[in-house]
Design a protein around this ligand. Structure first.
Ligand code: FBP
Length: 548
């Protein structure tokens, strides 16, 4: 294999650990904090997780370790969408495990949760793992979106674990995948299988977040990658002065990525799904707002601009949200009836006749492409696949029509972009390389201390690795009940953009100025080498949240 100069250089990078994890593993002592409760639906979640509910928070201090260091056989999976840094979680876990005892074993199950069901695995060796240090992607073992939820599946996992004498499984994933981790941990505890389950918080979307998970890994690198591209487009727009660029960025539900890119690039418009929902803004309200900005800039001779559109916006627009919920329910309940419909006309009529009159009217008014996209298969967790709905094109069409209806003289020549997959496998930024390595290393400490049903946590993240703190949080603490596939299920609550949070408030205070004038900022490409204030900075969101 040929390596790029950067890949060769990144192999030499030594990720930084929090000070506590730099101690000899024998000198790291586990500390138990307060007992926890789920964020909502406490009684029901407690009933569903009798063995893993209410556990204490975990931190570590220098002291004498009672951890089990030998005979550790750990399995690991990558689950869900790719996020930069996943390889470093595995290398951190591997290094801690081998440091503890070189005879300890790490198995990587391939292709996500299905690797555990199919017993498709590799045993990591130094030679193999070294090829993946500090690199992007999930290709070390691959990923997948299979949901582990049935007792039959758990039994298979337990058999596979028994076959390999696994004492722990680490699930590296987002909110849905860590929901899988919690359910699996409960099953393993209830059946006295002796298998511990530990989660690691991954997702570029940044919506796996709470008081102890300050950010999910991959968010930093993905946002920096998108922001570089958005900044470049801003400079192009400012040079040519003839196009409006509508840029959809990933983030299946929450608008954290869009907001972070806006904070980094200061575009003319950034829509925030959570605000749209809170203010009950209809599709036409959004279109009118954009048209107003286009006209205001045009009046100053600025017939160009950049608008950031979060991928999840469509699900926050009240009338579309109701429509999607009705379609989800319909497709879940009438799955078989719908599957046999052969033509688009039959599908269209079936959907229209089963929707409420309001939703049927909304559906009929959407362009045919969007209608098709709203009916596409759900992902295995029951989510509509928003990355495949072309909201940015829909907005361009509707804004152009609105300007025409107004008899506007504004020139509106618009181009659409979608930045999604290109951000998910970049070489992890120094922040993500360090954070992920620490999460993996820390996961081993949770395992060796006999814990299960926990998520690995590293906190105080804007203060630099030497000030980071390591620990664990019970996954059930983050759970509530949500409607999925037509039933209520226990899931980790998604962290949406908080409209009274400091990052949104900062954006809100500046957006008028950014809309009417041209205040673009150009973050440039991720820098891996050079001054710390360029290379080691984290996101604006985290910096603003933590007052740095
Ligand atoms: P995860 O939540 O699994 O990390 O995935 C996030 C994401 O990148 C979303 O931003 C996007 O909507 C989705 O994955 C795309 O999924 P797929 O890779 O299956 O097309």
């Amino acid at each position: 294999m040929n390596y790029s100069p950067l890949q060769k250089a990144r192999y030499e990078y030594q990720p930084k650990l929090p000070l506590i994890l730099q101690n000899d593993i024998n000198n790291i002592e586990v500390c138990y904090g307060n007992a926890t409760q789920s964020v909502a639906d406490q009684d029901k979640i407690k009933e569903m997780f009798p063995n893993t509910y209410g556990m204490k928070t975990i931190s570590f201090k220098k002291g004498s370790s009672k951890a089990k260091k030998d005979g550790q056989v750990v399995g690991v999976i990558l689950s869900g969408g790719q996020a930069p840094g996943g390889h470093n979680v595995i290398t951190g876990l591997y290094d801690a495990l081998k440091k503890s005892n070189p005879n300890n074993v790490l198995l990587g199950f391939k292709g996500g949760p299905s690797g555990l069901l199919d017993d498709d695995y590799i045993e990591f060796t130094d030679e193999f793992i070294n090829e993946y240090r500090n690199t992007g992607g999930f290709d070390i073992i691959g990923s997948g979106r299979t949901k582990l939820e049935t007792v039959e599946q758990f039994k298979v996992v337990a058999e596979v674990a028994k076959k390999h004498s696994l004492n722990a499984i680490v699930i590296i994933g987002g909110d849905d995948s860590n929901t899988n981790a919690a359910v699996l941990a409960e099953y393993m505890a209830a059946t006295n299988s002796g298998v511990q389950v530990i989660g690691c918080p991954k997702t570029i979307d940044g919506d796996l977040k709470n008081d102890v998970i300050e950010v999910s890994f991959g968010f930093d690198t993905a946002c920096k990658t998108y922001s570089e591209l958005i900044g470049n487009i801003e400079r192009d727009a400012n040079s040519a002065k003839k196009y409006w660029h509508f840029i959809k960025v990933m983030g299946r539900s929450a608008s954290h990525i869009a907001l972070e890119c806006a904070l980094e690039c200061q575009p003319n418009i950034c829509l925030v799904g959570e605000e749209v929902e809170a203010k009950n803004q209809s599709m036409m309200d959004i279109v009118k707002y954009i048209a107003d900005v286009v006209e205001a800039r045009s009046a100053k001779g600025l017939n160009y601009g950049v608008a950031i559109v979060p991928e999840g916006l469509i699900e926050f627009i009240p009338e579309v949200k109701v429509l999607i919920a009705e379609i989800n329910e319909l497709l879940a309940v009438h799955e078989k009836d719908y599957a046999v419909l052969g033509t688009w006309e039959d599908q269209f009529n079936f959907v229209i006749s089963n929707l409420t009159s309001n939703s049927a009217a909304v559906f009929k008014n959407l362009p045919v492409d969007i209608q098709h996209q709203l009916l596409m298969d759900r992902d295995p967790h029951g989510n509509v696949q928003v990355s495949r709905i072309e909201t940015e094109k829909l907005l361009i069409t509707m804004v152009a029509k609105e300007l025409k209806d107004r008899g506007s003289k504004a020139k509106f020549s618009a181009l659409n972009h979608f930045f999604g997959y290109e951000g998910r496998c970049a070489f992890p930024s120094n922040f993500d390389a360090d954070y992920c390595y620490s999460l993996g290393y820390n996961a081993f400490l949770l395992i060796s201390n006999g814990l299960t049903g926990y998520m690995s946590t590293v906190t105080n993240l804007s203060a630099g690795p030497s000030n980071w703190e390591a620990g664990g949080i019970p996954i059930t603490k983050m759970m509530n009940l949500e409607r999925r596939h037509g039933e209520f299920k226990p899931v980790i609550r998604k962290a949406l953009v908080e409209l009274d949070g400091k990052p949104f408030k900062y954006f809100e205070a500046h957006r008028k100025e950014w809309a009417e004038n041209t205040c673009f900022t150009f973050p440039g490409a991720i820098q891996y080498y050079g001054p710390a204030e360029v290379c080691d900075i984290t996101t604006r969101t985290l910096a603003i949240e933590q007052g740095n």
